[in-house]
Design a protein around this ligand. Sequence first.
Ligand code: GLC
Ligand code: CA
Length: 544
Amino acid sequence: MATDDRPALVGAPRRRLAWWQRGVIYQIYPRSFADSNGDGIGDLRGILERLDYLRGAPGSLGVDAIWLSPFYPSPMVDFGYDVSDYRGVDPVFGTLADFDALLAAAHRRDIKVIVDWVPNHTSDQHPWFIESRAGRHNPKRDWYVWRDPAPGGGPPNNWRSSFGGGADPAWTFDDATGQFYLSSFTSQQPDLNWDNPEVEAAMHDVLRFWLRRGVDGFRIDVVFKLAKDPQLRDNEPQRNHDQDWPAVHGRLRRIRAIVDDYDDRMIVGEVYLLDLQQLVEYINSGDELHLAHNFVFVHLPWRASAMRASIDELERLAEPRAWPAWFLENHDHSRVATRYAGGAGSGARRARVAAMLIVALRGTPFIFQGQELGLPDAEVPADRVVDVDGRDPERAPIPWRRPSNAGPGAGFSTGEPWLPLVADAEHLCVQAQRDDPDSMLSFTRRLLALRAGRPALQGGSQRTLAAAQDVFCFLREDDGHEHLLVALNFSSRRVRARVTLPESLEGRGTLELSTHAGRDAAPIDLRTLTLQPDEGVIVLVGRS
Ligand code: GLC
Ligand code: CA
């Protein structure tokens, strides 16, 4: 084959990397992406109709894969993370035929599709739980975690629900049978009992169902809770017993083995453990998760030194073959443009720096829908709050068109959107940003194109470099051929970057991309590189 004879510079890394390493994964929250039928709620048809936006058409963003948050039948207490049927599509989102059509259309454009698998808990309306709660001797009783009340009548132990800031017990009392069931999130989300092999087998069948339909992988919801202390002992200050129990790793290996029976699939897990040592346990052995979402990173302050320390620590703890995943936004966290906003306008500028950071770091970047538009959190008045845990602001629908000509639904819906849109939809919408070369959307498109065209960004090695206090700087290098310097100013002041370059590298380069529209692509002297307030740059080192 001619492609095998291509010089190593271009060919080698491309061949070595899997699709989920090379590319960029875009998270779609279906309720809020695009509404095709005017009921105010996004749906699968809406996604299908917007695939041009994502890849395969002139001006599209250029993402390689989409991760769909749950679209399964659900009472929507937790907007789909309370699943009542793992093998269907909720009517509000469409039908299974719509899903198949979306999958086929995505694949035609070379977009991989990852679906959300919610194995820790079901809805209380799932048939399994309806049976389980029917009586103490029901054959499905042990599919969930039932216990007698503590001697005083209270919950069996001190475990707390993940919602409500830890104020509520993770147990719900069931009058009919006089026992508590474990509910780590809302009471309507009973935890499955993964110590029961029948549960494990049934959930494996769910994986096979979607694998056979052709999905390219799974995002595994709260994967770190798939094993808990079977003795249900109290959490202690030094150790939690309600998560990350050692049995989780065997369970993950068995999940991985199923996924590996199919070609080229991937699993990424929500490992919400705020400790990198615990995190790497899920990726280091090579036969558990392919990727683990790193929540330590999401909770860092906007400071160069904090970022550098955490990134270096992960590189130190992770096995060389382990592959990082980077994200700063998802459907559970305040958006970057709001979270990192300092002084005037800095939120919008920092959203660009944040995007450059995750796309340029060694590993797979995840972009949450709307992040490419620089959306801030929406203001949600008290009478429109719908989420149980305060996450409505980051879930505001995507503004596709200017409200001044498309109406208040901003092209998301012809009806009343289920959540209010961001205040400035007029300027932040896709229509307004698409043809503006200086917009966040245009910037993100260039950033993704740069990654797609530069092997060093996809698969190259990485080292962090000493630099001025407010500057985080790292090098991406591809087998010594291509050297890209990434320098990010975390302050809102103009700073001299003062990068310490390795001696082997030339002190000159050419600008590949800046977060600032004004900087022109002139040659750059790296010894005197100065960054504007909240500016990030990617520089090709040496002569181009
Ligand atoms: C994960 C999801 C979140 C959901 C929770 C319970 O954290 O990301 O949205 O509420 O799991 O399923
Ligand atoms: Ca709809």
